[in-house]
Design a protein around this ligand. Structure first.
Ligand SMILES: Cc1ncc(COP(=O)(O)O)c(C=O)c1O
Length: 354
């Protein structure tokens, strides 16, 4: 399949790099590709960034048959642009497609198209510390039809957005609310897919947490409401008695690429790592016995997000004196240094772009 490129002659003004926030500005071009049952995936193309026009009956608007990804392009000190494990994002996107009955796409073609798009948009990749160009590949169901079934037509698009440093106000621990009333995903559902419904389902509890002065929700499993799953839109880690524990992938947890990187790096450093079931009671007991050393989330946006306080029912526990622990700090620096090309890439995660 031939990728076609048509460029705009009306370039937008680039933003002030010291005032970037998240997801508000978009670059000049986007990638598009369509699917229908006769041609399969076809017409991959880079075009000017424009709104998508759709019929009000378009299926994605009604039944949420859609999947997406989130990754970043980084500018190194020498001005090169690079990606962190992009092949894993496209593999996960295809796994999400399978869950949502969306036909699979060619991952090599998608990565090649992304690299070409980034090459065209390289001046949009900011260079200030901690900034990056956020990449949002998305696939949506396009049939104009109100019946409930999988769509016969789809649009795959990739848009790019320059984003500021996540920790503009410092790398500080956050307060987490363990919800007992709401669940994000259930056994047999679509929790392991990156699909909009999971995020819609998380809003109510998130707003409740904010109302009570907490930053994020800690999700328990949807069956027994006992085992820990995720924190906000991140995976979660506990350092207990020098063992790094993260919930095992069980179908309702998103298999985070940062999670996998944390596990791999910790093993590389000879830290004992376990992917297993861990209950909220285990965490409370570890705290009471003095063995709960660190808690942190992991995800593309923040890389590592240390947790300083956990509220569960009537109890609020403080972790590590509400300070960032040494393992969280070391992982944060190690992953950021690899992403920004400040250090060697011991596990082969970097994909150079231009
Ligand atoms: C629900 C959820 N869990 C975990 C993650 C972390 O995944 P990753 O490390 O691939 O960004 C994300 C973010 O993408 C997410 O949305």
């Amino acid at each position: 399949m031939q990728l076609t490129i048509s460029k705009t002659d009306q370039l937008k003004n680039k933003p002030d790099q010291s005032r970037l926030d998240f997801g508000t500005l978009f670059t000049d071009h986007m990638f598009n590709m369509d699917y229908n049952t006769e041609k399969g995936w076809h017409s991959p193309r880079i075009e000017p960034y424009v709104p998508i026009s759709m019929d009000p009956s378009t299926m994605v608007l009604h039944y949420g048959q859609a999947v997406f990804e989130g990754l970043k392009a980084y500018r190194t000190d020498s001005g090169n642009i690079q990606l962190f494990r992009p092949g894993d994002n496209f593999r996960r996107l295809n796994r999400s497609c399978e869950k949502l009955c969306i036909p699979p796409f060619d991952e090599d073609l998608a990565l090649e198209a992304l690299k070409q798009l980034l090459t065209i948009e390289k001046d949009w990749v900011p260079g200030a510390a901690g900034t990056s160009l956020y990449i949002r590949p998305t696939i949506i169901a396009m049939d104009p039809f109100l019946g409930v079934r999988a769509s016969f037509t789809y649009r795959f698009f990739i848009i790019l957005s320059p984003v500021g440093a996540y920790y503009a106000e410092g790398f500080n621990p956050v307060k987490i609310w363990v919800t007992r009333d709401h669940v994000r995903a259930v056994r047999g559902g679509v929790g392991e897919a990156k699909t909009p419904g999971n995020y819609a389902a998380s809003l109510y509890a998130g707003e409740e947490a904010h109302r009570h002065g907490f930053t994020q929700v800690l999700w328990l499993d949807g069956v027994e409401q006992k085992y820990i799953e995720e924190v906000g839109a991140m995976n979660i880690f506990f350092l207990i008695d020098n063992e790094l524990v993260t919930p095992e992938l069980n179908g309702s947890i998103l298999p985070g690429i940062t999670r996998e990187s944390v596990v791999a790096l910790a093993k590389h450093w000879n830290i004992k790592v376990s992917e297993r079931k861990i209950s909220i009671d285990d965490v409370m007991q570890a705290h009471d016995s003095g063995t709960l050393q660190e808690v942190f989330g992991s995800g593309t946006a923040a890389v590592i997000s240390p947790v300083g306080q956990l509220k569960y029912g009537d109890r609020t526990i403080t972790i590590g004196d509400n300070r960032v622990g040494p393992i969280a700090k070391k992982l944060y620096k190690a992953i950021m240094d690899i992403q920004y090309g400040k250090t060697a890439d011991p596990l082969g995660w970097i994909e150079p772009v231009c």
